[in-house]
Design a protein around this ligand. Sequence first.
Ligand SMILES: Nc1nc2c(c(=O)[nH]1)N[C@H]1C(S)=C(S)[C@@H](COP(=O)(O)OP(=O)(O)OC[C@H]3O[C@@H](n4cnc5c(=O)[nH]c(N)nc54)[C@H](O)[C@@H]3O)O[C@H]1N2
Ligand SMILES: Nc1nc2c(c(=O)[nH]1)N[C@H]1C(S)=C(S)[C@@H](COP(=O)(O)OP(=O)(O)OC[C@H]3O[C@@H](n4cnc5c(=O)[nH]c(N)nc54)[C@H](O)[C@@H]3O)O[C@H]1N2
Ligand SMILES: [Mo]
Length: 684
Amino acid sequence: MSVVDSAAPRVVRGACPHDCPDTCALHVTVQGGRVLRVQGDPDHPPTHGALCTKVSRYAERLYHPERVLTPLRRVGAKGAGSFEPIGWDEALDTVAARLKAVAARDPQAVLPYSYAGTMGLVQGDGMAARFFHRLGASLLDRTICSSAGGEALAATYGRPVGMHLEWFAESRLILIWGSNSIASNLHFWTFAQQAKRAGARLVCIDPRRTETAEKCHQHIALLPGTDGALALALMHELIAHDWLDHDYLEKHVEGWPALRERALHWPAERAAAVCGISAEEVRALARDYGTTRPAAIRLNYGMQRVHGGGNAVRLIALLPCLVGAWRQRAGGLLLSSSGWFRPHLRTAWLQRSDLLAGRTPRTINMSTLGDDLNREASAAFGPKIEALVVYNSNPVAVAPESAKVVRGFAREDLFTVVLEHFLTDTADHADIVLPATMQPEHWDAHRAYGHTYAMLNEPAVAPAGQARSNAAIFRALAARMGFTDECFADSDEAMARAAFDPEAVDAQALAAQGWAKLRVADAPFAEGGFPTPGGKVIVDAPGLGVPDHVPNYESAQSSPALAARYPLAMISPPARHFLNSSFANVASLRAAEREPLLEMHAADAAARGIASGDTVRVFNDRGEYVCKAEVSARARPGVVNGLGVWWRKQGLAGTNVNQLTHQRLTDIGRAPSFYDCLVEVRAL
Ligand SMILES: Nc1nc2c(c(=O)[nH]1)N[C@H]1C(S)=C(S)[C@@H](COP(=O)(O)OP(=O)(O)OC[C@H]3O[C@@H](n4cnc5c(=O)[nH]c(N)nc54)[C@H](O)[C@@H]3O)O[C@H]1N2
Ligand SMILES: Nc1nc2c(c(=O)[nH]1)N[C@H]1C(S)=C(S)[C@@H](COP(=O)(O)OP(=O)(O)OC[C@H]3O[C@@H](n4cnc5c(=O)[nH]c(N)nc54)[C@H](O)[C@@H]3O)O[C@H]1N2
Ligand SMILES: [Mo]
């Protein structure tokens, strides 16, 4: 990598690497080898020159005094966070020697664990995937975020595809469903506001009265995990009033009669009782949706983190097909646009699964890490996990049922390597920490899941301290392991520049301006043509049947005995100034979030003698979390909101919300059901 250092400020084009639907185009201003500012590209339509608070302060994260700048070796107990600096040679030799020893017994005893700390195609699962495929390590099922919704969309539309972000500006009705857009999808919110100014009606469907819900015309505060029931009742009303596009249903939907039959069992009153809302709210929403064009749904992943999340997404994804909303470019639904990229990514080349050379390693679900780290070898499980290599993730903070995760990470016989920027809860448990570069210091290429532009990120400055890119680290480890395959010589830049299929993505535009729009029709499903085998939307999906409402694992209705002991439903959605657990250590952003809080409705707080500012114990059979209570109109009765994800070590008793969540998986996609969780709260 060559980074020109000059006296005059210059602007380098980048892409925001974080796990967010917006994937912004960045202008990084550099002078004298330092990043002065990070701004949004005014010409990139989704970014339109604006950045969120977090990323506009990127220099604060880049030049953070606690950044890890050298390789480290643990000198204290696991979890204590005591380390001493060591050189790269010693660090890489130590890691290679341990991985070789474990792999000599069984390479599947090595588990790579990663998620979307960076969404980059190179620093994510590019060189790392090549390394672990060549080694024959366990495969990781990446389920922690979106697989319930993603697989549900694929079962319905063929792939996770949806509307273009930009056309929401022309919608007349927007349902913002399970999304706090102002916090976590800010650039969508700009288009929604344009629509609002032009007279569109905005309805927010969310148990929490978020900053987004406050700014919509209507807020429907349903109970967590009841979205499928609401969708079925909306269908019931659409059928009863004949607000259906019969032509669209006939031509482009396979299996409508079976869905119609199911929906007829869901009158508004039944759904209202399940959802904890009024039947009139259901009817009014159906009337709006059945009679307004164009009508768009911005669905987000918040609503699929419950037992029935997959079925609920399938049902909601069918709504635009009932009313023919797809006929217009400002109608339809957007949960993810990632499926538009999939055929145009050179995944086989980037990740080289052919290096498995006929081996079929077992797959470990990242969402059950707590259980799996504590499992002994068995015929069903395979070898015990002996070595763990974590990059782009902070599982000790973000994975469900933390007590078990921590117990696993504390195992003395486990060898743990963590590639990180900071000493997170996870890095504290490492045997070896390796310092990784940040986005302004390395090459990468990015797809998006909330818009349809391919992106390129150029390094703006040299790596801080001794930091190396993830790809460079895995390249060096490959050499130490004796992997001589040519693909381990590919540079970060070469991989970034060749990540997309040049037929589909304009490589010149990408190189010149840092982004290029995919060629996707404005109204892609106006005439059907879904990416399913028959081109039609699928109701009765193979192996899944006709979608239905699936109740929560934990709720007053589905588990009354448990609810008698733990009567409050807890959701733990993202905090606006953090990104999952990233940024929780950036002083100005942490100040904006104040401290770990639990929002409670006044009635629930009064019943427990709790006032705002009281220290409370939030608990269930899995553990306890101590934080401050905030009596707040953001919480509905019966539901408490524990905004996440704070680092455990920032918590009053060294835990966070995931001490309370469980490892039971969603109906589709093997994902965690973080927001399907009963608790009780007591003042301390
Ligand atoms: N600032 C910020 N931005 C982020 C993130 C962050 O942590 N902070 N996280 C990023 C990530 S990883 C992702 S996956 C994306 C999307 O992440 P999402 O989790 O979709 O993010 P939000 O839209 O903030 O939150 C979802 C909303 O769903 C609501 N909700 C919870 N349970 C239910 C339910 O059962 N039904 C309904 N209808 N609503 C429910 C919550 O109250 C919340 O307001 O956002 C990304 N953007
Ligand atoms: N209770 C509860 N738990 C949740 C959620 C929730 O809503 N509630 N949300 C869930 C969701 S949607 C998600 S996506 C997961 C997110 O889980 P993770 O993907 O683990 O996300 P982060 O917590 O942001 O941790 C990412 C880490 O990667 C590091 N990182 C960033 N870039 C790089 C890089 O280039 N190289 C290396 N080596 N490291 C890098 C960052 O410093 C950070 O510590 O959490 C889930 N957990
Ligand atoms: Mo996520």
